[in-house]
Design a protein around this ligand. Structure first.
Ligand SMILES: [Zn+2]
Length: 251
């Protein structure tokens, strides 16, 4: 029985996705069996989690130790005014449960470092990086490289954003190869500002790439960096090669 694991309810819920020849029942079943770890339930994370949850990722783990603030609500669309003061992972969990009660949403409300980060990543199939700082990005890349678990990396600030995917195959570049190119420019949204829809655009692209990575649909952004500038509404792409100087994937 090919559709044994999808209930009638699920067949109806996901029918527009199942209609896609590239996805089909088989793809939807893969999504149901998938476990995705999402780091950061802020602007990018809210958009990515909303689509991943609605699309039927069987198990979604939201990680955030931060609380919802009034100044987040302009762009962090899973959190409502009534959630101010609540933990972001918890608030995200409630919002996704309301959208799709068929899936399991776990939360981690503490900071993941060292062993706890390793153990969390180990029990998932894909990591979606929606964090807001370089130290976390670098740490995620290191563990994902060790475990060979794909990483979908996204960032947005002002009216600009970027996305890339890392699958850690022998010839593929890693996030460190990428950050090595740009050095350590670090500005936060608090300092530089951010226009609301850019986080939705980038977070949605991250969700699409995670779904593609899990189902084998299409071609992912492995070896490429997609850059968006919504002030001119232009999208550019940069080829990303494995760096011969990379301390993670090419020691
Ligand atoms: Zn590398």
């Amino acid at each position: 029985m090919i559709n044994e694991i999808l209930s009638d309810q699920e067949m109806t819920r996901y029918c527009r996705q199942i209609l896609l020849p590239a996805c089909d029942i088989e793809g939807q079943e893969k999504l149901k069996q998938a476990k995705v770890l999402l780091i950061g339930v802020g602007g990018l994370g809210c958009a990515a989690a909303q689509y991943l949850g609605a699309a039927g990722i069987g198990e979604l783990t939201l990680v955030d130790f931060d609380q919802v603030e009034l100044s987040n609500l302009q762009r962090q669309i899973l959190h409502a005014t009534a959630n101010i003061g609540d933990n972001k992972a918890q608030s995200g969990q409630q919002a996704i449960a309301a959208i799709n009660p068929e899936i399991k949403v776990n939360i981690i409300t503490t900071k993941l470092v060292g062993t706890s980060l390793y153990q969390a990543i180990e029990r998932h199939d894909v990591v979606v990086d929606c964090c807001d700082n370089l130290a976390t990005r670098v740490a995620l890349n290191k563990v994902c490289f060790e475990l060979k678990i794909p990483l979908i990396s996204g960032a947005a600030i002002r009216m600009e954003g970027m996305v890339s995917c890392f699958d850690y195959h022998a010839d593929s570049p890693c996030y460190q190869c990428f950050s090595h190119l740009f050095g350590e420019q670090q500005l936060s949204c608090m300092e530089a500002g951010v226009l609301s829809p850019i986080v939705g655009i980038i977070g949605s692209i991250q969700a699409a790439e995670a779904i593609k990575m899990l189902t084998g649909i299409g071609t992912t952004l492995v070896g490429r960096v997609l850059m968006a500038d919504i002030s001119t509404m232009s999208f550019r792409e940069m080829k990303l090669n494995k760096s011969s100087k990379c301390i993670i994937c090419n020691p």
